[in-house]
Design a protein. Structure first.
Length: 209
């Protein structure tokens, strides 16, 4: 009985992901827009910090899952939509705000990091079925967090011309433990829903070419 349940669970996981890959381009863009909206909602979980212009938000969690749920290509598109429409004025950046000032300000580099991190997670998850377990997913999520930090910190350092120790304090240190927690939760979710093996030799190939 337990074996039957496990097989059914694996079948449903694979079915969910093949459903995603079988959608039309317009439908996939629609899914990307949904994930962009989720990122915007998570951005409203905002805690400003007095000593840094970068607030604590929930965005990173949505970004990490975008690559898993949409794949590299459309995951990156979802974060490009989020950044692009936000810059254009859609008020879904932190604090229900939008506009070019956000990209030109202290948090601009993080938007670039969101796109790059999502693409990496989606690509590795699609290419390597062995990377769909918790440990490898956690490694990917942490790599995504590092990419986001690297882009955010580099952009902020160019903006304010501060030394490394100050940038570390302003752009990375306040967020490390919370973002590790987000990475653990995201990895647990992705490891639960991702198909480890695809029946009949099928794979999740959309984003690996």
């Amino acid at each position: 009985m337990a074996t039957t349940w496990i097989e059914e669970y694996r079948h449903q996981c694979h079915r969910a992901f093949t459903w995603r890959y079988a959608r039309s381009t317009s439908q996939k863009i629609g899914l990307a827009l949904v994930m962009a909206g989720l990122t915007g909602l998570m951005a409203q979980m905002r805690i400003p910090l007095a000593f840094t212009p970068v607030p604590i938000t929930g965005q990173v969690f949505a970004v990490l899952l975008s690559g898993v749920l949409l794949g590299a290509r459309y995951g990156a598109i979802s974060q490009s939509i989020y950044a692009g429409l936000g810059v254009a004025g859609v008020p879904w950046f932190a604090g229900w705000s939008g506009g070019l000032a956000h990209f030109q300000g202290a948090t601009g580099g993080y938007f670039i990091g969101f796109i790059a991190a999502t693409a990496l997670i989606g690509w590795c998850t699609a290419k390597h079925s062995s990377w769909r377990g918790f440990r490898h997913q956690l490694a990917l999520m942490l790599a995504g967090v590092i990419i986001i930090y690297a882009c955010g910190a580099t952009y902020l350092s160019m903006l304010i011309h501060a030394d490394f120790s100050k940038i570390l304090w302003l752009a990375i240190s306040p967020f490390i433990f919370l973002d590790i927690g987000k990475a653990v939760i995201a990895a647990a979710i992705s490891a639960t829903i991702l198909p480890r093996e695809c029946p009949a030799g099928k794979e999740l190939k959309e984003d690996i070419h």
